[in-house]
Design a protein around this ligand. Structure first.
Ligand code: DOR
Ligand code: ZN
Length: 345
């Protein structure tokens, strides 16, 4: 008998489902093993900014689910993007439309952040954050700043004072620092109050900068925040496997068609959805913490969001080697062409 892992269905608290054909292509992978997924709002051409956008995007995702040959018990959790012009009234409407969170992309730090937030300090945006706090919506933050004479490797670290200020100013606003990539960020989140948590991706648990530019440029490992040093990765693995409920899964699965990655100015994003539980099992097993996987994937995120745990259906991983395809649909998945030890049954 092969070894098995049985898990409560996952909550993936950070997904890029995109729209149209790409949505239909990528959604089945997450829906297969997750009970819920946070749908990030940086879609194009229509970004998710208002209550109407939330209703439209949820409809698109539900339609894509209905069209799948297999029925999955999957629920998208909706978000809106917070920009400089997002008002408390827009927050009220988005909340009414079912958005559970607002996402901030600081200007210019990643894919589709060209209209991101410029100023965290002004009084108008504080009113917006206050409206989120009052409505019980979460604030999800891409925690990097693009500043003059600041290397991409330092962008997360220079954001941390802003995080501290926000956590201090809004003690009842639940804040998630998304896809932490440094030891410094892990330490900040650990030290802040219980209103602050962080998501961790599978690829940041696996990669360092060497895997992006150290052995030829590997565009399919390029993402924001950039994978960093070995010591940072050690800190992420320690946090994910620590059973500290402040750290939970948000995969940031970010599909871009192959030609958008393999070109002169490749898009940022790693497509992990097709291999997510399998890769996580490998990482947790490598540090002899497989017994802690379920809390990371299926408990701590729900608890921080104030949601009941996924009940009913479960997923099973079986220890059987397989090779990840070189391409799935139009996208090259994480670990393409390499062997994985665990298979989803
Ligand atoms: O690498 C990334 N890709 N980081 C993000 O924050 C956004 C994402 C995307 O949308 O492709
Ligand atoms: Zn993302």
């Amino acid at each position: 008998m092969n070894e098995k892992i049985i898990l409560r269905r996952l909550d993936d608290m950070h997904c890029h489902f995109r729209t149209d054909l790409l949505l239909k292509e990528v959604l089945p992978f997450t829906a297969q093993y997750a009970g819920r997924g946070i749908a990030m709002p940086n879609t194009r051409p229509r970004a998710i900014l208002t209550g109407d956008d939330v209703v439209w995007y949820r409809g698109e995702i539900k339609r894509a689910l209905d069209e799948m040959p297999d029925r999955y018990s999957f629920e998208p959790l909706m978000t809106v993007e917070i920009r400089d012009n997002t008002t408390p009234q827009m927050i009220a409407k988005a909340h009414h439309a079912g958005a559970v969170a607002g996402k901030v992309y600081p200007l210019g730090v990643t894919t589709n952040s060209d209209e991101g937030l410029r100023d965290f300090d002004n009084e108008r945006i504080s009113e917006t954050f206050r409206a989120m706090q009052d409505a019980g919506m979460l604030l999800l933050i891409h925690g990097e700043l693009d500043r003059e004479r600041t290397l991409v490797m330092k962008r997360e670290e220079i954001f941390l004072p802003t995080l501290l200020a926000l956590a201090d100013k809004f003690p009842n606003l639940k804040i998630v620092l998304e896809h932490v990539s440094t030891r410094a960020a892990v330490e900040s989140v650990r030290q802040l109050g219980n209103n602050v948590a962080a998501t961790i991706t599978a690829h940041h648990l696996c990669l360092t900068l060497n895997d992006v530019v150290g052995y030829g440029i590997q565009p399919h490992h390029g993402c924001m925040p950039m994978p960093k040093d070995f010591d940072d990765r050690d800190a992420l693995i320690a946090a994910a496997t620590s059973e500290n409920p402040k750290f939970f899964l948000g995969s940031d699965t970010a599909p871009h068609p192959r030609e958008k990655k393999e070109c002169a100015k490749g898009a940022c994003g790693v497509y992990t959805a097709p291999v997510l539980p399998q890769v996580l099992a490998e990482v947790f097993e490598s540090v002899k913490r497989l017994n802690r996987l379920e809390n990371f994937t299926s408990r701590f995120g729900a608890e921080f969001y104030g949601l009941p745990l996924n009940e009913g259906a479960i997923i099973t991983l079986v220890k059987t080697e397989w090779v990840v395809p070189e391409q799935i649909g139009s996208v090259v998945p994480f670990r393409a062409g390499t062997k994985l030890q665990w298979q989803l049954s």
